[in-house]
Design a protein around this ligand. Structure first.
Ligand SMILES: Cc1cc2nc3c(=O)[nH]c(=O)nc-3n(C[C@H](O)[C@H](O)[C@H](O)COP(=O)(O)O)c2cc1C
Length: 403
């Protein structure tokens, strides 16, 4: 999905978390977004206009510009909201929540909020007692009812020393929301999509396990892209160090057995299931209760038994209209093995990837895939895992539309 050159109007208000905004803005510029910034007078106590204008490569709109004869002819609060594709306010103070809810246009940011007809994304951040106040809660509800997306703050240690809810979410979460709101393609809206991702850990004793190097990057990219395209997404993840995506229900699993149970449960409601996890084929026949000691023996034999085949079980219980997508990580006879797996497991689409190919495989950011679909020519694609996820979802969307 191409988000380059999308235009973000970035409102920064006077909360302590404003000190994080240069990093956010820098990230957006690197992603190819154009960013205009409005800084409230209070925000200037927490972040410098010079830093923001250097990073955005544009002037920063300050309160002193609002009624200035120098810029009056541009009517900044009107022209900026006309220009933007998305209006984001982070951090959004209790005061700006009130201004937005009441239509208070005494300041540049307030006037821009009143004039705005573009999608509005707010990240309230404040002390937990301020957030819990009925006024703040009421203003957030009012704004949501008017169509704004108001993201729940995180909980944890606050800058003021209190422990509670009110933190600005991480940059990764903010970026997920920004991309979701900028994504114009909503062809998966109304669909329930289940994605599996990551490795499994098959413990042989309390401290050792058998696994594989899957990072979860491909599955997480599919889950994020499906959410951005309007789907209601459940991500069933094995142990992965990746940041959990925003806006998505996440089910944590460890072993292939856990993942099997989670998949069977989630499949009952799913319209689409994408199986991108690297599930272990075998587990220990007998998991030791205590740590296995080295002892005197030179050889140690571990007896393994097969795990249940999740893809095959999903294929057997597939409902009419449900779309089942598998991945085939292969090292030889890549396409033939993938074709066989698609037929044997009753899959609708299979994504084959040669994990030994350059730029493909576990834990890297790129992938080389071939999308195989019944009755269609294989489609080969190489690019980032985000791009590969989008390409796959194009095929899924086309199939769900047909059905
Ligand atoms: C050190 C300090 C930190 C503050 N942090 C926050 C905050 O995180 N969230 C908030 O809503 N207000 C915070 N305030 C209060 C706002 O700065 C104050 O309400 C101000 O009027 C907001 O102006 P603005 O909404 O126009 O930016 C803080 C004040 C101080 C002195």
């Amino acid at each position: 999905m191409c988000l380059r050159h999308k235009k973000i109007l970035f409102g920064i208000s006077g909360g302590i978390a404003a000190y994080k905004t240069p990093d956010l803005l820098h990230g957006w510029v690197k992603m190819g977004f154009e960013v205009e910034t409005i800084l409230t007078e209070s925000a200037e106590a927490f972040v410098s206009p010079m830093v923001l204008s250097t990073l955005s490569k544009r002037r920063v709109w300050r309160e002193c510009d609002f009624l200035s004869p120098e810029y009056g002819w541009r009517i900044p609060h009107i022209s900026l909201t006309d220009w933007a594709d998305l209006f984001v306010i982070a951090p959004c103070t209790g005061n700006v929540l009130r201004m937005a809810a009441e239509g208070d246009s005494e300041t540049l940011l307030g006037a821009a909020l009143l004039a705005n007809q573009k999608p509005l994304l707010l990240f309230p951040a404040m002390n937990c007692k301020m957030l819990a106040n009925e006024a703040a809660q009421r203003h957030m509800k009012t704004l949501e009812a008017r169509g704004a997306v108001v993201v729940d703050p995180d909980s944890g240690m606050l800058a003021c020393g209190y422990e509670g809810k009110g933190r600005l979410p991480s940059a990764a979460v903010i970026d997920d929301y920004v991309k979701m709101m900028l994504c114009a393609k909503k062809d998966l809206a109304g669909l329930r999509v289940v994605v599996t991702a990551g490795p499994t850990h098959e413990y042989i004793d309390p401290v050792r396990y058998i696994s594989n190097p899957s990072s979860g990057k491909m599955g997480y990219a599919v889950a994020r892209a499906a959410w951005q395209r309007g789907a209601e997404v459940t991500l069933i993840t094995g142990p992965s160090t990746l940041t959990r995506p925003a806006g998505i229900k996440v089910v944590e699993t460890v072993s292939a057995d856990d993942m099997y149970e989670a998949c069977m449960k989630a499949s009952e409601e799913a319209d689409v299931i994408v199986k991108a996890a690297a599930v272990g084929d075998y587990k220990a026949a007998n998991r030791a209760e205590q740590k296995i000691k080295r002892g005197g023996a030179q050889e140690f034999t571990l007896e393994l038994v097969q795990n249940r085949d999740i893809a095959a079980a999903l294929g057997r219980r597939k409902r009419p209209g449900q779309v089942l997508v598998g991945f085939a990580a292969e090292t030889q006879n890549v396409l033939e093995n993938a074709q066989r797996k698609m037929a044997e497991k009753n899959l609708d689409i299979i994504v084959s990837n040669d994990v030994l190919a350059q730029g493909a495989g576990f834990a890297v950011d790129t992938n080389v895939i071939t999308i195989l679909e019944r009755g269609a020519e294989p489609a080969r694609f190489s690019g980032t895992k985000e791009e590969a996820a989008d390409r796959l979802l194009d095929a899924v969307a086309a199939l769900t539309a047909k059905r």
